[in-house]
Design a protein around this ligand. Structure first.
Ligand code: MBD
Ligand code: FE
Length: 247
């Protein structure tokens, strides 16, 4: 890291003024508590691509800064906790968790979290109550799962902080397209950290976090048997664990 910084200073003829401005910007990122945001938006996708490009099974993408462990494990009807008047289009998604050959994984866990229809994550932004739109579900004996929720809205990084100022200075869009986060895990398999992107969302081609993959785009459609609901399907295939668990 230091070698790259030293090279950049020489290559770009960095002045003392620029050095002091850069130093202050780094200090500002820390004081604003934006290092998790900055790293996950601008760095994590390369780590993900570099480490997992040859992994069998479903595509993953970045974790991001808004996961919280210990979300409640849901019982049927597997509805993510939400406000009584939760805004947004109701949607149900379902599918199977399998190994790379399509064999079902029973009792796999899907840890699901997402922004509300206005792009706000509970516990990180004012608006939604603690625990909103966060929960875990388990697959049944056939590896099937189901989740009821609302379609999230696109998310923008805070515009008034150092990460937002950096983004504006570069002339980049600060938006992420609407997405649902998941960590899919099962004993003996690599956990799959991924996101599902809503096909009708803006910003699919300009994600500030560079985390969209075509395989991860889903298209919620009006449900035939549940009027007023959208629905979509998604199957997850997990790669076998790289090393046996240490006793
Ligand atoms: C998000 O919602 C997100 O998923 C990532 C990766 C970075 C910033 C905000
Ligand atoms: Fe997110």
């Amino acid at each position: 890291m230091l070698r790259r910084i030293h090279e950049a200073i020489v290559d770009n003829d960095v002045t003392y003024e620029e050095y002091q401005a850069a130093k202050q910007w780094f200090i500002d990122v820390g004081e604003a508590g934006e290092w998790p945001l900055f790293f996950d938006v601008y760095v994590e996708h390369v780590v993900e691509e570099h480490n997992f490009s040859n992994r069998p099974g479903s595509q993953g993408t970045i974790l991001g800064p808004f996961h919280l462990p210990d979300a409640p494990v849901l019982e049927a009807p597997f509805e993510l906790p939400h406000r009584p008047d939760e805004p947004g289009d109701k949607t149900v998604f379902r599918g199977r968790v399998t190994d790379p050959d399509g064999n079902p994984l029973a009792d796999a866990n899907l840890d699901v979290w997402q922004a509300d229809s206005e792009g706000r994550y509970s516990s990180f932004m004012p608006g939604p109550p603690e625990g909103n739109l966060r929960g875990q579900v388990r697959t049944d004996a056939d590896g099937r799962y189901e989740v009821r929720t609302v379609v999230p809205g696109p998310y923008t990084i805070p515009l008034d902080g150092p990460t937002g100022r950096f983004t504006a200075a570069a002339g980049w869009s600060p938006w992420r397209p609407a997405h649902i986060h998941l960590i899919v895990s099962a004993d003996g398999y690599e956990p799959l950290v991924t996101q599902l992107f809503i096909a009708s969302s803006d910003y699919l081609d300009s994600d500030v976090a560079s985390a969209v993959k075509p395989e991860l785009i889903v298209q919620p459609q009006p449900s035939d048997d549940a009027p007023g609901w959208l629905e979509f399907e998604y199957d997850f295939a997990l790669a076998p664990a790289r090393a046996p668990a240490v006793a």
